[in-house]
Design a protein around this ligand. Structure first.
Ligand code: PHE
Length: 484
């Protein structure tokens, strides 16, 4: 609507001298006129030139007087025709304006003070201060500066008689002369921005709509040749992200949804006999309210849950134990490696068993980086014959950043996931007592999966468990790893 209004107006007239006046005449929001003008200007349909105006606006105190009347008027109005005792009068007037209003009313010779009472000296007075303030308020709303030139002179004139005017470049400060408190009425100069608009080099009464997408139809019909494509606006604001809620997985400590793998719990003994209490306390704190740069989970951490005995679901349990041990001594760099049995309470199929093995490695040293982890992974997997690696960001509650590891399988002709890795989080390492600058890079993989790939076995039950073919054991070389 604003666009049509501007372009059609310019068809008949040379210029829109003031976008503000134009907007109010056409009943369009000025912001909209501004935005459309910017866009039309960008395409050369119009030429827009900045105009700045300065408006006087009332301060909060000014607004109060514009509404309730000047202090002297408030005092004057409170005096009945028959007069009033000073005490009574004081009760009737707002205490914040009484003193100043009374002395100003005396000065204006509106009121007189007898022995017992205060009375009006004249029957009618004009509240010029209020009139001026309301006028300023009205002009401010209409944003019309021209009248202001005249008005300002008036204001200065009226104010001079009562205020000392401290003019600065953009603040017109008037303070009561006769008040020690110097309560201020500021008339602020507010900058207003708008445009004067005239035809641009590419002016047309209607803008040709630029295409935002190049479609299949455009390509097939050849229509793309005359297509005017909309330019990218790299300054456009994106949609504000909606969010701010915790995912349910982040909330419950003992909810099956939080476990990345289902667990076998022990019946006998069902709980641990001993835990290092100071460490438990730090872990509880980190889980509940975070720390070390983490926000924590924000739940009630339950000791009963942590006390439960279970079969480890991954060898990271072993790594954690080693790291805790390491933290109890003066720090020295370490490498750890494990191959061990893990247990997961999951449905058994051709690629899953409830028991299998994991391989895990970790390196602890001061100042290690993700680059070190990537380098080590290349070394490690190339020795297993896997040279083409790719990494994909992943999530582990104990590492950040985390990466899934993929290797290109020539036989399958595709990328296969072969492991998981990451840098142990500070909120895991620091409560153990490791020094601040120690970083731990780690990775883990199943023993069975790469072996199946290497030996071309497509059912895990043929490799491990009671269904294994004993012939396979006899026929296979001891180790094929590294042999092409
Ligand atoms: N524990 C992870 C898993 O079971 C592997 C891993 C080990 C990930 C060490 C990061 C660091 O998949």
């Amino acid at each position: 609507m604003a666009e049509d209004a501007i372009l059609l107006y310019l068809e008949k007239s040379e210029e829109i001298p003031d976008s503000g006046i134009f907007a109010s005449e056409f009943g369009i929001d000025h912001e909209e006129v501004i935005n459309v003008t910017k866009s039309l200007n960008g395409y050369g349909l119009v030429l827009a030139q900045d105009i700045k105006k300065e408006n006087w606006v009332l301060t909060e105190e000014g607004k109060l007087y514009a509404a309730a009347g000047s202090p002297e008027m408030q005092v004057f109005s409170a005096i009945p025709p028959e007069g009033i005792s000073p005490d009574e009068l004081q009760k009737k007037v707002d205490p914040s304006v009484f003193k100043i209003g009374f002395s100003q009313a005396m000065k204006n010779k509106w009121v007189e003070r007898g022995k017992q009472s205060v009375s009006r000296k004249v029957q009618h007075v004009d509240d010029k201060v209020k009139d001026l303030l309301t006028q300023i308020q009205a002009e401010e709303v209409r944003r019309c500066p021209f009248l202001f030139g005249i008005l300002i002179a008036d204001i200065v004139h009226v104010m001079r008689s009562r205020f000392s005017c401290l003019g600065t470049s953009n603040i017109f400060q008037c303070c009561y002369l006769n008040s020690k408190r110097c309560s201020l009425i500021n008339l602020l100069l507010e900058t207003w921005k708008g445009y004067s608009i005239c035809k641009g080099p590419n002016y047309a009464p209607k803008r040709k709509k630029a295409a935002t997408d190049l479609t299949r139809e455009h390509l097939q019909s050849g229509g793309w040749k005359d297509l005017e494509l909309k330019e990218y606006n790299f300054n456009a604001k994106g949609l504000p992200p909606e969010g701010g809620h915790l995912h349910p997985l982040l909330k419950p400590q003992q909810h099956p949804a939080r476990d990345s793998h289902d667990t076998f719990f022990l019946k006998e003994p069902s709980t641990t006999q001993w835990l290092p209490e100071d460490y438990v306390e730090r872990v509880k704190c980190v889980h509940e309210s975070g720390g070390y740069g983490s926000r924590g989970y924000g739940y009630d951490w339950k000791r009963e849950e942590a006390n439960k005995n279970l079969l480890r679901t991954h060898t990271t349990a072993v790594s954690s134990r080693m790291l805790y041990k390491l933290a109890q001594k003066p720090f020295a760099p370490q490498k750890y490696f494990s191959i061990d049995r893990v247990f997961r309470n999951e449905a058994v199929d051709r690629t899953h068993l409830a028991e299998f093995h994991q391989i895990e490695g970790l390196i602890c040293d001061r100042g290690l980086t993700l680059g070190d982890l990537i380098g080590v992974l290349h070394d490690f997997f190339s020795r297993l014959g896997m040279t083409k690696l790719r990494f994909k960001p992943a999530y582990n509650p104990y590492t950040e950043p985390s990466m899934e590891i993929f290797s290109y399988h020539e036989g399958f002709g595709k990328w296969v996931e072969i492991g998981n890795s990451g840098m142990f989080r500070p909120e895991m390492l620091l409560p153990m007592g490791l020094p601040d600058d120690v970083r731990v890079v780690a990775w883990g993989l199943s023993l069975e999966r790469p072996t199946m790939i290497l030996y071309g076995i497509d059912n895990i039950r043929d490799l491990f468990g009671h269904k294994v073919d004993l012939g396979l054991m006899k026929k296979n070389p001891i180790c094929r790893i590294g042999l092409e």
